[in-house]
Design a protein around this ligand. Sequence first.
Ligand code: U2F
Length: 534
Amino acid sequence: LPKVQSNLSHLLDLVGSGKESLIFMKKRIKRLTAQWALAAQRLERKLGGTRRDTEKILIHIGFLTEETGDVFSPRVLKGGPLGEMVQWADILAVLYVLGHGLRITVSLKELQSLLQPGVPPGRGNCPLTVPLPFDLIYTDYHGLQQMKQHMGLSFRKYRCRIRVIDTFGTEPAYNHEEYATLHGYRTNWGYWNLNPKQFMTMFPHTPDNSFMGFVSEELNETEKQLIRGSKASNMAVVYGKEPGIWKGKEKFLSILNKYMEIHGTVYYESQRPPEVPAFVKNHGLLPQPEFQQLLRKAKLFIGFGFPYEGPAPLEAIANGCIFLQSRFSPPHSSLNHEFFRGKPTSREVFSQHPYAENFIGKPHVWTVDYNNSEEFEAAIKTIMRTQVDPYLPYEYTCEGMLERIHAYIQHQEWARNASVAPGAWPPGYSLQAWLAEAGRACTDACLDHGLVCEPSFFPFLNSQDAFRKLRVPCDSTESEMNHLYPAFAQPGQECYLQKDPLLFSCAGASTKYRRLCPCRDFRKGQVALCQACL
Ligand code: U2F
C-alpha cells in the first residue's frame, strides 16, 4: 500500500528548474507543504484501510515545452496568466502526496525517450494487461498532440491511460471526430475521440468531463479571527494583472472611488500604466503570498469582466473579501467571443466567474449588471455594510482535492478497462432519471432537482424500457447519432435513442427535444463525487 507523502522536498527535485514557470510552481508547492501534509493525514484517517494502488505516473506539461513556443514562462513575472501554473503545481502535489511514482517532463526530447514508439501491439485500444512503463499520463492538449506525433503505435496503447488537463472543458459533441466534422463542431482542439471524462477541467463546468480543480490556501481559526479584526471596510482590490482590463472602465472606477480606496496589482515596467487612474494605489504584480496579504486587508475584490474563471476570486473569498462581478447579457461563448472562439465547448458564460456565482453566491459573491450604474453603486454601498467570514468550498481545499483525485485514480476504470460495467462507479443505484423540459440541457435539468448529471448512467436510460418507466408515450422509436439523445420530440411523439455511446452528453439543449437525463446526488462541497462514491 502506498503511504501518503507529507514531505514534498523530493517532489521539488523532480520538478526541474530554469524556467520562471517552474520556479513559480516550486515556490507554490513549498509554501503549501504544511497544508498538504495536514490534509493528507485527514484523508488517511477518513479512508481508513481502503485499498489503494500505487501508480507509475508520467506528467508531461505540453504548454511549457519549447516546441509549443512556451509563451507562458516569460510572462510569469509580467502579469501573464498564472492560473494554469497554479493548477499544475497543485496537480503535482496531489499525485505526489497520494504516494504515486512520478516522472515529470516539460521537454519533447525527454518525452520521446520515456515513451519509445514500437511497444508490441496488443489487443484493442486499451490493453491493460500489457505492462507499459506508465499506468497513467497527465498532460494537456499540446502534450496530446506531441504524443500522437511522436509515439507512433504506442500512443494507441496509452490512449485510455491519458488524462488531459483542459481548463475550459471539451464537450462530447466536439470530442467525437466524425460527429464534430459532420455537424460543425470542429475546432482547433476537439476530435480526439477520448472518453470525455478523460478531460479534466479547472472548474466543474460540465459533468461530461472530470473536475480536476486546484486549491486555495485555507485559513485556520486564529487567522480568521485576525482577519475579522483587520479588514478595512473601504478597501477594494481590482481583479487583473494586465493593464488591458482597465480600459474603458473609468466610469465604474470613479463611482467606486467615491466610496472606497482602490488598489491594483497591475504589472508595470518603469512607468505607471496609463490605463490605471492616478487615484488607484497600484502595487505592481505581487508575489503570491503578498497578494494574499493584500486580500486579507481588503473588503472588496472587484472584477471588470476579464480574466475569465481564474483562481483569484476563490482566493479573495477565502481571505474574507466580497467578490463583485458583472453579469454577461447576452452570455459569452465560443459563438460570440474571441477568447472562447475555437474552444471545444458551447458553454454559455453568464458572468466573469460562473462558479463563484452559482456555487458560492451571496453574501460572498455579487453578480450585477454593470451597464446599470445605479445597480452597481447600490451594490457597493450594500457590500460595505455586509459582514462576511472567509469561505472556501471544500472541493477547493487540499483535503477536498486529494479526496477527489484519489477517487478518480481508484475508480475511473471505464477508460482503462472496457469490461467494467457502466454504473460500476459511481454506483448505479445512485441514478435518478428525469425528463428535462424542452430546451433544457441535462446539466441544468439535474441541478433543478438538486442533483448533478452523471454521463456514465446514460446507458441505463438509452432504451425503450427507460422511456416507458418515465411514462413517455413513444409513437415510434429511432436510434441515431445525436449528442442530445436519448430524447423525446413532443410534436410527433417520437422517441430517439443514442446510437454511439461516445456521444452521450450532459451538455447541450434544443427546443425540439425533451432530453432523458441521468442524475445523481453529490457530496456537499464536492460535486464530483456521489454520496456513496468514496
Ligand atoms: C485565468 O488566469 P489568470 O492567471 O489571469 O488568473 P487569476 O485569477 O488572475 O489568478 C492566477 C493567480 O495569480 C496570482 C493569484 C492567482 O493564484 O494568487 N496573483 C499573483 O501572484 N500576484 C498578483 O499580483 C495577482 C495575482 C485562468 F486561470 C486561466 O485559466 C485563463 O486562461 C485566464 C484567462 O481567462 O484567466
